[in-house]
Design a protein around this ligand. Structure first.
Ligand SMILES: *Cc1c(COP(=O)(O)O)cnc(C)c1O
Length: 228
């Protein structure tokens, strides 16, 4: 019980210090707790420690946790890759989707978002070259994809997301931030999702508004899950 609470406090402290060092307000940076591979009981502990936003990579695993946790103030973010045949459950159950890299997936999410729910928040994943993950669109495709997604009625395009490779040069973070700043006014962006357990300080120094932190909160991941 204490461990998760302590870890969360330590992560919040790292965020505040990094924000202060960059002359930014701590509240400029949202903490997304990445609970993939960890049981619902640990999510429950984080909830009791005041954490509200949780990130999951695998749709099926996330749905099991949603069903196990009755707390309805949780904000669920899908941060893993999304295939177009899995969009319906995502449109119905999640609040945010970070890894959008195709118009087709975006269109399906918009069509399938239930009328009774607010628009689904989405982020376009950018592949600044050298990225560890294979997902994401090249920087020069982001503008046209933003234009298409911006028009979809049941989505709210909030900004960009990226996964720089471990040890990436600060230049990558700056490229991302400059792309974000270029599109921000046009599309009303307010979210730049970049930074994890090992690089949150760099990401915050370079303008991240949302860090996705797993290991530093929940410890090492339990086991490798098949993509679902
Ligand atoms: C797993 C994952 C994270 C969390 O990484 P940690 O290093 O455990 O903090 C963040 N973002 C994405 C996209 C992930 O898949």
């Amino acid at each position: 019980m204490r461990a998760i609470d302590d870890n969360l406090q330590a992560v919040r402290q790292r965020i505040s210090s990094a924000a202060a060092a960059a002359g930014r307000a701590p509240l400029d940076v949202t903490l997304l707790a990445v609970s993939k591979t960890h049981p619902a009981a640990l999510v429950e502990q984080a909830l009791q420690a005041g954490q509200r936003a949780f990130g999951e990579n695998y749709v099926q695993e996330a749905l099991e946790k949603m069903d196990a946790l009755t707390e309805n103030s949780i904000e669920w973010h899908l941060i893993g890759p999304l295939q177009s045949n899995k969009t319906r459950l995502v449109a119905e159950r999640f609040d945010w989707v970070h890894g959008i890299d195709s118009e087709k997936v975006a269109r399906r999410l918009s069509e399938q978002r239930p009328a009774g729910l607010p628009p689904l928040n989405v982020l376009i994943q950018v592949n600044v070259s050298g990225e560890a993950s294979k997902g994401g669109v090249a920087a020069d495709k982001v503008f046209s994809l933003s234009e298409s997604i911006h028009k979809l009625p049941r989505l709210k395009l909030r900004g960009l997301m990226a996964v720089p490779e471990p040890g990436a040069s600060v230049v990558r973070y700056r490229q991302l931030k400059s792309l974000y700043e270029k599109l921000k006014g046009e599309f009303g962006f307010d979210t730049l999702s970049v930074g994890m357990s090992d690089d949150m300080e760099t990401a915050i120094a370079e303008g991240s508004t949302m860090v996705r932190v797993g290991t530093a909160i929940f410890g090492a991941r339990r086991k490798i899950r098949p993509a679902a």
